[in-house]
Design a protein around this ligand. Structure first.
Ligand code: ZN
Length: 216
């Protein structure tokens, strides 16, 4: 992991940054793309009985969709910096009671495949910008699940039910779960169930983006 980061940092010294939204050289997320971001103002998902509240920063479209693809599928880890900063800015404007940030974990197999957990990279940026503690590790995905994007709402709920477990000492009371994209909320909801089972009292979900189509 440190090696990938080292290579990424080294490349950034040798090559100018390109905008993850439009590809123009310059910033990792240029001003023009930032202006095109659309704040999410839709309804929260219905599948969220374990979540105290759900916060979504932007609509998953346009430059943000491009930027997240760059991060996840082209493995441009540095793109997490501006995206995490956007989440931190959202949290500053819409604060949540929070003792710790916890990224939604990937299963070990997916983690090996991608080399990093994008939710953890985002959560690290949010933690650095806000000073909130980050706890990554004790919440684990114990089952490899199918890709949520391939399933309908009831399939998604079933797919992630009991997929998470907390393996540390007692978790903090008030937790903000961090993820990149939230669609039905089934994944965050299953994480919240695992956290509540070991004593967490308030579990919030903070996502960078959600599709306008909402629950697919
Ligand atoms: Zn751009």
């Amino acid at each position: 992991m440190w090696f990938a980061r080292f290579i990424d940092d080294l490349l950034s010294l040798l090559l100018p940054d390109r905008c993850a939204g439009c590809g123009r050289p310059g910033a990792l997320l240029c001003e023009a793309c930032r202006r095109r971001l659309v704040a999410y103002d839709g309804h929260p998902p219905r599948v969220a009985d374990q979540l105290t509240d759900v916060r979504i920063a932007y609509v998953f479209e346009g430059p943000l969709r491009h930027a997240l693809h760059q991060l996840k599928y082209y493995r441009r880890r540095r793109v997490a910096r501006p995206l995490g900063a956007l989440m931190a800015a959202h949290l500053r404007v819409h604060p949540l009671p929070c003792d710790a940030l916890i990224p939604v974990p990937l299963h070990q197999e997916r983690l090996m495949e991608r080399g990093f957990n994008q939710a953890e990279l985002l959560a690290r940026e949010v933690a650095a910008a806000t000073g909130l503690p980050l706890i990554a590790g004790p919440l684990v995905r114990i089952r490899a699940t199918r890709q949520q994007a391939l399933l309908d709402t009831s399939g998604r709920i079933e797919n992630v039910a009991d997929a998470f477990r907390w393996v540390g000492s007692a978790p903090p009371r008030r937790i903000v779960l961090v993820d990149d994209v939230l669609t039905t909320g089934a994944t965050s909801n299953a994480c919240a169930a695992a956290l509540r089972a070991v004593g967490a009292r308030e579990v919030y979900a903070l996502a960078l983006a959600r599709s306008r189509r909402g629950a697919l």
